[in-house]
Design a protein around this ligand. Structure first.
Ligand SMILES: Cc1cc2nc3c(=O)[nH]c(=O)nc-3n(C[C@H](O)[C@H](O)[C@H](O)COP(=O)(O)OP(=O)(O)OC[C@H]3O[C@@H](n4cnc5c(N)ncnc54)[C@H](O)[C@@H]3O)c2cc1C
Length: 571
């Protein structure tokens, strides 16, 4: 097979905040920059972010933001990365503002900030409850103005990577509208493909958050880091997982169980509803498991905002009110809404150094290969991300990735791609289109998602994870016998969903094996059979690789600890 080749300086996969920020930096330095995205840039999941973006502004020192982040992450975050994130946060807000992002203000004209879980002060800057969209529109506009070449509706399925030299030199993609394949050959490749919570049945993520970038890397035998750490957000709408932002609790929202108790008093007496997400999510699920839920099946918890003035809700939470009204038929200004925890965010991902360069192994960096945003694991969030730190990570490390590429590029010679470099991805697609098996994409995906929620969710133990290991193998076998009803070339969404499912199976295996091996509870990873944190054995990052049969190998890397020694984590 012969696939056409297009050459540029830089190829970026993903047009969320991280991809757009990096693209703007590269293009402004004069580099020919192509951004490939399976969706229109403004439909990237970044645009769904509601609550806020953290920065220590005014009198506050970045050190307290740094400490909250390290403690929130249960001491698994690398402290050089956390320091960079929190030191550069105020500058990142100013960068966004100078470009035209309009943040909500206080009466005196300064940027307003709201409290978020696990933070010692009100630190989240916001634009009503549409913070992500405001930032994304602004950066996308400016990247377009700079001349970035955005290619929407291109699906990337393979990375061109030479293991011997640890050198990346392009990606293979097809146009969703036509099934036309192309190799994008470049000196620098950045992945900014977002998160992977779609592996779970109840989740807050856009349909596209299927972790493609991660499995594309894993299939090139590159390691993924800390995949067992999946964040569950406390407040998804009970009926469908759609997110009700932490801003609701930041503005004063309270949680009640079926007995009318404000149960967080028992779990986090000092912080109550504003304890970190892992703590609140576990409390919610525990109340439900012990029969104190609300609703017909007692499988939800009340989130109550009715004591807030309607004017405040209208001014600061209009989007949330709309969501609850549309998707649960309840006006949160007047009645309580039913919520439960929802899979939300991936702490794990593609390992990088603090300049966004991808680690090809635990000890060696790759050449010409970068990752930023939610798909990357720097790791700033450790075992549990604090709310409003992720938009910050995506914007800041997107910029850093762009700056690093600009700096590295003069030292990188273009390695030319060959027309046959597209064969691997093309034959994956051809096999799916031709397969005459009996399995359907939707049925396999539903089984994967429901089992991940049941067996590798908020609470896990050896037996649930071993069960999930078996289910992943069964689904992998089923995937080989998949049959697509749609064989067409134009906008074949079934084909795309099949490719996404293939990715979900691979990284689900890495989540399960990482979780099985980590016999402790830390941040979002909670083992019923090992309820305590065990720093002696597990204060370390997991590195996982997967072979073509789906067998996972694990190794471990030390955590960078500088200023903050691990302590008991209470709130
Ligand atoms: C509902 C919701 C609310 C949130 N609220 C907040 C908040 O208030 N504060 C906060 O800090 N964080 C929040 N987060 C988290 C935060 O929004 C994300 O972590 C962050 O925006 C991720 O940005 P990104 O650029 O890494 O990825 P994304 O914005 O997810 O973009 C990923 C891009 O990759 C592209 N892509 C993926 N796979 C492929 C492929 N195979 N081929 C081509 N293109 C591909 C997609 O098209 C997309 O353009 C929220 C998340 C959700 C789901």
């Amino acid at each position: 097979m012969s696939t056409p080749i297009e050459i540029s300086d830089v190829v970026i996969v993903g047009a969320g905040l991280a991809g757009c920020a990096a693209a703007k930096e590269c293009r402004e330095a004069g580099l020919k920059t192509i951004v490939l995205t399976k969706l229109h840039p403004l439909r990237s999941h970044s645009g769904a972010a509601q609550g806020g973006i953290n920065a220590a502004l005014n009198e506050e020192s970045a050190l307290s933001h740094e400490f909250d982040t390290v403690k929130g992450g249960d001491y698994l975050g690398d402290q050089d990365a956390v320091k960079l994130l929190t030191d550069k946060a105020p500058e990142t807000i100013r960068w966004l503002e100078r470009m035209g992002a309009v943040f909500s203000r206080r009466e005196d004209g300064t940027i307003a900030q709201r409290p978020f879980g696990g933070q010692s002060v009100a630190r989240a800057c916001y634009a009503k409850d549409r913070t992500g969209l405001t930032c994304l529109q602004t950066i996308y506009e400016q990247a377009t103005r700079a001349g970035v070449d955005f290619r929407a509706e291109w699906f990337v399925g393979d990375l061109l990577y030479e293991a011997q030299t640890r050198r990346a030199y392009g990606v293979v993609a097809y146009n969703l509208a036509t099934l036309e394949f192309r190799i994008f050959n470049a000196k620098a490749i950045l992945f900014a493909t977002g998160g992977y919570a779609r592996a779970y049945a109840i989740n807050s993520n856009a349909h596209c958050n299927t972790g493609d970038g991660l499995s594309i890397f894993a299939r090139r035998n590159l390691p993924l880091e800390d995949m067992e750490f999946v964040q569950f957000h406390p407040t998804g709408l009970a009926n469908n997982g759609i997110l009700i932002s932490e801003a609701a609790r930041g503005e004063g929202g309270r949680l009640y169980n079926g007995l009318g108790e404000r149960f967080m008093e028992r779990y986090a007496p000092a912080k109550l509803e504003l304890a970190p997400r892992d703590v609140v999510s576990r409390a919610i699920e525990q109340e439900i498991a012990q029969g104190r839920g609300v609703g017909e099946n007692k499988d939800a918890i009340w989130l109550d905002l009715t004591h807030l003035e309607t004017a405040i809700i209208e001014e600061r939470l209009p989007e949330l009110r709309d969501l609850a009204l549309t998707f649960q038929g309840r006006d949160l200004a007047k009645e309580r809404i039913a919520i439960r925890a929802t899979a939300h965010y991936s702490m794990g991902g593609i390992p990088t150094d603090i300049r966004s360069r991808v680690r090809a192994t635990r000890h060696a960096l790759s050449i010409g290969l970068y990752a930023a945003g939610e798909c990357a694991c720097v790791s700033v969030h450790g075992a549990n991300r604090l709310g409003a730190n992720s938009l910050l990570e995506a914007v800041l490390f997107g910029r850093i990735a762009g700056e690093t590429i600009v700096r590295d590029l003069p030292t990188i010679l273009l390695r030319h791609a060959f027309p046959r470099d597209g064969d691997r991805f093309r034959s994956e697609v051809q096999t799916l289109l031709k397969n005459g098996g009996s399995e359907s994409v939707a049925a396999l995906r539903t089984r994967l998602q429901e089992s991940m929620t049941a067996h590798a969710g908020i609470f896990r133990d050896r037996s649930s994870l071993e069960k999930m290991r078996t289910i992943v193998s069964e689904i992998r076998a089923g995937f080989a016998a998949i049959r697509l009803g749609d064989k067409s070339s134009a906008f074949n969404t079934e084909l795309m969903e099949a490719l996404e499912l293939g990715h979900m199976i691979d990284y689900a295996a890495l989540i399960v094996e990482g979780a099985l091996a980590r016999e402790e509870s830390r941040g979002a990873h909670y083992r019923d059979d090992f309820p305590e944190r065990n720093d002696k054995q597990f204060l370390k990052h997991t590195f996982g690789t997967i072979d073509t049969d789906g067998a996972v190998s694990l190794s471990y890397a030390p955590v960078t600890i500088i200023r903050h020694q691990p302590q008991a984590r209470t709130y």
